[in-house]
Design a protein around this ligand. Structure first.
Ligand code: BG6
Length: 481
């Protein structure tokens, strides 16, 4: 029996997107290439997936998109700024048209009473910086990220209250060469990703301070990919593997954000494995100062994961997504002597092999609250699947409605148990490029008519979930039917 009938007053309902996955206009109005433009061109050549040059053409449809969000009743919208659109060289001279685009987008949102939640970095470093020094592996990025962030904060401080520094730092570490345009040498260097992670933590911490310095009443967080890791069996070694995985994949990142520390057991493991990274004098103070300014955690939740003990002598490998959808599979992660990922046979999954587990969201939310006692915002959650545009322009997506409904119920239960949840922003407001499966894997409430091969006109259509979500918002989460 659910005890909460509706969500707290003022709870924000919306959805999320990221710049390179939806904007398109990749080389228009002064924007230069970012690393995702380049990586997605390569993916297009290798797998035939749509690239980011047009994506779902939000750059030219933003007014229509915001009007549709307003029609659904959104009170929040999480989007990211395309760094190379506003600062084509990474730092220095801004691009007036790029800067103006985000003013227009934010103004349009505010005119419809939609709170903008701005992510500063969603995987898209300007190629200008990548060509100069490689990216997150070089300490110079800490200063350049701060420069970029301060530019955004000064520019939009009167219009934007909620800021997110980095999207899914743990995913950047896992998929180091998919999320970054790096050399083969760096990709194969086992320490490289951990050094990048340290630089991301430093950049994030500096920017947390900057938000409080520059934005009156500004609040800052980061959007982190989170999954609870369950033991495959009740064998103590599997339970230990799950504990290790939770520390390694979740709390190592959260401890840095919330407390400005590195989780001791993970640091000892990295040292034992010869993966320690360089921490300079004063770095931990920077992390601590950042943690003091960290206001809320943004969580991206799609799935839970299952682990067992890593077999003796197994070599390290990182998780790989299902790259082809139906009929494809995923490669599970192995961290030697720590854990090995495996399938959870007790829950269902999507065509793209994502386990579906609404209880896992409640578990994660409550874990975060019990450990850190700070507000949480859901910055992503959603169902990636094949949608069919019918001849009459309708799209029937009961699977998406079912997925989101069950996750909203889980949110309600978590709130009942004390979680301070401030906003729900499922992925995605409208269809956009998937990071792993092109445009065929769709997440939006709004269908965008294009395929991987044919850009067409990117016409927008309302899915069944559009009408359903509109009713959920209208009743502040009370009516989920
Ligand atoms: C999150 C990312 O990892 O998951 C998004 O922040 C991404 O950028 C989303 O699109 C869904 O993953 P995918 O691979 O299905 O696009």
């Amino acid at each position: 029996m659910e005890k909460i009938n509706s969500f707290p007053k003022g709870f924000k309902w919306g959805a999320a997107t990221s710049a390179y996955q939806c904007e398109g206009a990749a080389l228009e109005d002064g924007k230069t290439d970012n690393q995702q433009d380049v990586i997605n061109r390569e993916i297009h050549n290798d797998f035939g997936y749509a690239d980011a040059s047009v994506a779902t053409d939000h750059y030219h449809h933003y007014k229509e998109d915001v009007a549709l969000m307003a029609e659904m009743g959104f009170t929040s919208y999480r989007f990211s700024v395309n760094w190379s659109r506003v600062l084509p060289k990474g730092i220095g001279e801004p691009n007036p048209k790029g800067v103006e685009f985000y003013h227009h987008l934010i103004d349009e949102l505010k005119a419809h009473n939609i709170e903008p939640i701005v992510t500063m970095w969603h995987y898209d470093l300007p190629m200008a910086l990548v060509n100069k020094y490689g990216g997150w592996g070089d300490r110079q990025i800490v200063d350049d990220f701060e420069y970029y962030a301060r530019f955004l904060l000064n520019e939009y401080k009167d219009k934007v209250k909620y800021w997110l520094t980095i999207n899914e730092q743990s995913i950047v570490v896992n998929y180091i060469d998919r999320k970054n345009k790096i050399s083969k040498e760096d990709a194969y260097d086992p320490k490289y990703r951990w050094q990048c992670n340290h630089h991301m933590n430093l950049a994030h911490a500096k920017v947390c301070k900057a938000v409080h310095e520059i934005v009156p009443g500004g609040l800052v967080g980061a959007a982190l990919d989170t999954s609870p890791f369950y033991p495959e069996t009740s064998s103590p070694s599997d339970v230990m593997a799950a504990k290790n995985a939770n520390n390694f994949k979740n709390y190592f990142y959260m401890d840095a954000y919330f407390k400005g520390i590195y989780t001791e057991s993970v640091m000892n493991y990295l040292k034992r494995q010869g993966l320690e990274f360089e921490i300079l004098e004063g770095d931990m103070d920077i992390l601590k100062q950042g943690a003091e300014c960290f206001d809320f955690l943004g969580i991206n939740y799609y799935q839970s994961q299952c682990v067992h003990k890593a077999p003796h002598g197994a070599s390290r490998r990182y998780k790989q997504n299902n790259k082809i959808g139906k009929g494809g599979s995923i490669t599970y992660e192995i961290q030697p002597d720590l854990f090995q990922g495996c399938k959870n046979n007790l829950i269902g999954e999507t065509d793209f092999s994502m386990p579906i587990d609404p209880d896992g969201l409640q578990y994660m939310l409550e874990e975060i609250n019990d450990r850190y006692h700070k507000p949480v915002m859901i910055c992503e959650n959603g169902f990636g699947g094949y949608d069919v545009l019918e001849k009459d322009g309708s799209i029937h997506d009961p699977y998406r409605i079912e997925y989101i409904r069950e996750h909203i119920k889980a949110m309600k239960r978590a709130i009942e148990n004390g979680v301070q949840l401030i906003s729900y922003n499922p992925w995605s407001a409208f269809d956009l490029l998937s990071t792993s499966n092109g445009i065929a894997k769709r997440y939006g409430f709004i269908y965008v008519d294009r395929t991987d091969d044919d850009v067409k006109e990117c016409k927008r259509y309302k899915k069944d979930s559009f009408y359903w979500y509109r009713n959920v918002i209208k009743t502040n989460g009370k009516n989920l039917e």
